[in-house]
Design a binder for this molecule. Structure first.
Ligand SMILES: [Zn+2]
Ligand SMILES: [Zn+2]
Length: 281
């Protein structure tokens, strides 16, 4: 009788499958513990969790449970295209940020600075202000349909996938740690291609679903031509000569951060000892 090489002799396949699921659960738990040991990420997630809890509490006092469940479910399903659209059409749309000092500063903070130096952990966490248009896009129809309580529902519905999926996966893609879950390993590989090979592919952070549908998925370097704008996002010397605000704001931002180390990943609360030497990819 032949047995699968990955199963102990005589162990039924169902037990092997359960073992595999248990192994994946343990890997995921371990990776999340590793991420939550990173002080800035833990602080941000704590703030988001409190905001989500407050919003959901208010929403449950003002709206029927069915509306809450339906809206939250719909917003979870809408998140992959929202994530993709924001990244590709807003954050990579250099021209819309050039005209004023305020918009240039905003772009430097939300994406330009991150592409200029993807290794800087202090530029990885997103600015929640980027979610304002998404919030309005959901809040306005929700409030028109269900009343003022739906604004709190819209905010919670955005923050849940943004904070607990997008921010976690994006941070995991950048932090110098060795992750056990294949999901985190794969998302990092794909996101690093977006940062170091082509800024015209792989816009999805938590999933490549939309990239696959619209043809911007490039899982290997060989799948896309190397982009000359991968670090500048098109803000070259010629553009800077005509529109200097971005360059000035980036220089100002970097001067303000010059005192800090280039990759200030700060672990606390005994987290480092729990990582079993998995820091430093
Ligand atoms: Zn990008
Ligand atoms: Zn990134």
């Amino acid at each position: 009788m032949q047995t699968r090489p990955d199963l102990p002799l005589g162990l039924p396949p169902s037990v092997g499958a359960a073992g595999s699921i248990w192994g994946r659960y343990r890997n995921a738990k371990s990776d999340l513990a590793l991420l939550l040991a990173i002080v800035p990420l833990r602080r941000a997630l704590t703030g988001y969790a409190v905001t989500v809890l407050v919003c959901l509490t208010i929403a449950t006092m003002m709206l029927p449970p069915l509306v809450i469940v339906a809206c939250l479910g719909g917003m979870m399903l809408a998140f992959p295209p929202v994530e993709y659209g924001l990244h590709r059409y807003v954050l990579h749309n250099m021209r819309s940020f050039l005209r004023s000092r305020v918009s240039a500063r905003f772009w430097v903070r939300v994406h330009y600075g991150h592409h200029r130096d993807p290794a800087r952990a202090d530029m990885v966490l997103a600015n929640p202000l980027t979610l304002t248009p998404v919030f309005l896009a959901f809040a306005i129809p929700f409030v028109a349909l269900f009343g003022p309580g739906a604004a709190f529902l819209a905010l919670a519905g955005i923050l849940i996938p943004f904070a607990f999926i997008y921010e976690v996966v994006h941070y995991a893609a950048h932090v110098p740690a060795r992750f056990r879950t294949r999901y985190f390993q794969r998302r990092r590989r794909i996101h690093m291609l977006h940062h170091h090979h082509s800024d015209r592919t792989n816009f999805g952070i938590s999933t490549s679903l939309v990239d696959r549908v619209v043809g911007t998925f490039a899982p290997r370097a060989a799948d896309a031509a190397r982009s000359a704008t991968v670090y500048s996002l098109g803000y070259d010397a010629e553009v800077a000569a005509a529109w200097p605000w971005v360059g000035l704001e980036h220089a100002r931002a970097m001067a303000g951060r010059a005192e800090r180390p280039s990759n200030p990943v700060v672990f606390g609360g005994g987290g480092q000892s729990e990582t079993n030497g998995r820091l430093g990819a």
